[in-house]
Design a protein around this ligand. Structure first.
Ligand SMILES: Cc1cc2nc3c(=O)[nH]c(=O)nc-3n(C[C@H](O)[C@H](O)[C@H](O)COP(=O)(O)OP(=O)(O)OC[C@H]3O[C@@H](n4cnc5c(N)ncnc54)[C@H](O)[C@@H]3O)c2cc1C
Length: 413
């Protein structure tokens, strides 16, 4: 196929965008990879390997492999802290973008973790991967309080390496691309509006917070006092399968991910008692059913969605639910409650669709072929979780399929 001198813009450097960048570079295509955060790997790089005594096929290790593969190609040009501003013309497209320099100096940062402890906003500081530098600490401008009102400088003041500078320079640029690959992923449901005390009770956390806690400490420590949590509740389907919220879909990954996390915690904290509150368990993938049947032997499974969470005087969490066995209201007390939050369309989908002359589907995701009335513009492809909730393995295979279609398009155009 004749694809010499072709140039593709890949937008989003999660596992999908990294897979696409690597595959396109393998075909000899020049790639500009745009990532809006200061780090590569998207959500998947924030997850834990859930292996206990054996691999449990969670897929978390796949992203590191994709990251190393994509960044080793000299023809993959990486722009982090990047925002696409306009896309004009067609074949080639003219893409105008702006990049912000990172707030942490990757050469100085030694990953000591003091900034994590000081930061008051969960998820504002992450262990990420800098392009061609490796693991480092990244600050996300969109969550950092300094960019709200310049009031918080706790991380900068505490950094012993003087690696944090809370100002960054913006630079504008333009490229021409023969095709565009959109891999901007998803966002997670923000449970602050649910009656579970998220944002008010420090020991009510989301599943993504739990992933980060486990990466940081290996055991599940209570954010309020650093004590290892002995009694842990998972509440499933928070913000998904909820018609009232307009999110009727199943997020597909939560049952598998939470249950694997529960077993990982039990393998590290032998006395941990885990309770699952659930609607029903979705066992996607051929390997999950036997894993689930085994896991449920050690987990208290309660088929109920709690109505409320209260904080006791001794800083424990009282979960109130309708007990399906006694048909009466019941309370159980826990040290930590993990809300398994649903996967939602990213808030970037609307602006991105407008820039690309695309229409999101009725749920807000970007369907790979656009809609009947408004088909996807020629030369623009999507894959991964920007099209709907999916696992890492599904994101990788959807990226590979879309790259193949793109290569055929490039060879024709
Ligand atoms: C708590 C939790 C646990 C999970 N556990 C598992 C598991 O155990 N196994 C499993 O298979 N899957 C799991 N998943 C799902 C997994 O995270 C997804 O399958 C995967 O992240 C999808 O990758 P993606 O690249 O499509 O999207 P994302 O990971 O969302 O990556 C998208 C990237 O695009 C960037 N971006 C967004 N908008 C723009 C823009 N406008 N310009 C430039 N860049 C942009 C984002 O910053 C991000 O880096 C879990 C998800 C969550 C939330």
């Amino acid at each position: 196929m004749n694809i010499d001198h072709k140039h593709v813009a890949v937008i989003g450097a999660g596992v999908t965008g990294l897979t696409a960048a690597d595959a396109l570079a393998g075909w000899g295509v020049h790639v500009s990879l745009f990532e809006k955060t200061p780090f590569l790997g998207g959500h998947a790089i924030q997850l834990n390997c859930k292996a206990t005594d054996a691999c449990v096929k969670c897929g978390a290790c796949v992203v590191e492999d994709k990251l190393h593969r994509a960044t080793r190609h000299p023809t993959v040009e990486i722009h982090t802290g990047a925002q696409i501003e306009t896309v004009t013309g067609q074949r080639p497209y003219q893409i105008a973008y702006r990049t912000h320099s990172p707030l942490v100096n990757a050469d100085r940062c030694n990953g000591c973790g003091i900034c994590f402890q000081k930061c008051p906003v969960p998820g504002a500081i992450l262990q990420g991967h800098a392009p061609r530098v490796g693991p480092y600490v990244a600050i996300r401008r969109e969550l950092c309080r300094y960019f709200d009102n310049a009031a918080c400088t706790l991380c900068r003041d505490a950094c012993p390496q003087v690696a944090i500078g809370l100002s960054s320079e913006a630079q504008a640029g333009v490229i021409r691309a023969d095709a565009i690959f959109v891999a901007t992923g998803f966002t997670t449901f923000n449970p602050s509006g649910k009656p579970y005390g998220y944002g008010r009770f420090r020991n009510v956390i989301t599943s993504l917070d739990a992933e980060r806690l486990l990466r940081e400490h290996a055991v599940m420590k209570r954010p309020s006092d650093g004590r290892p949590a002995g009694r842990i509740a998972f509440i499933q389907c928070v913000g998904s399968r909820d018609a009232q919220l307009g999110h009727p879909w199943c997020s597909k990954i939560c049952c598998g991910s939470s249950m694997r996390m529960a077993r990982l915690i039990q393998s590290r904290q032998k006395d941990a008692q885990i309770t699952f509150f659930y609607i029903d368990v979705q066992t996607f993938g051929k390997d999950f059913q036997p894993f689930y049947l085994n896991a449920r032997e050690n987990i208290a499974m309660i088929r109920a969605i709690p109505g409320d969470i209260l904080r006791t005087e001794t800083d424990e969490l009282e979960v109130i639910y309708f007990d399906p066995e006694t048909h009466a209201s019941k309370e159980s007390v826990f040290d930590i409650v993990v809300l398994s939050v649903g996967l939602l369309p990213s808030g970037d989908n609307g602006p991105m669709a407008r820039i690309l002359d695309w229409t999101p589907d009725e749920s807000g995701f970007l369907h790979p072929h656009g809609s009947d009335r408004h088909p996807a513009p020629a030369g623009i492809y999507t894959a991964g979780a920007v099209t709907g909730p999916m696992t890492i393995a599904e994101s990788v295979s959807s990226a590979e399929k879309a790259v193949f279609e793109m290569i055929r398009y490039l060879s024709r155009s």
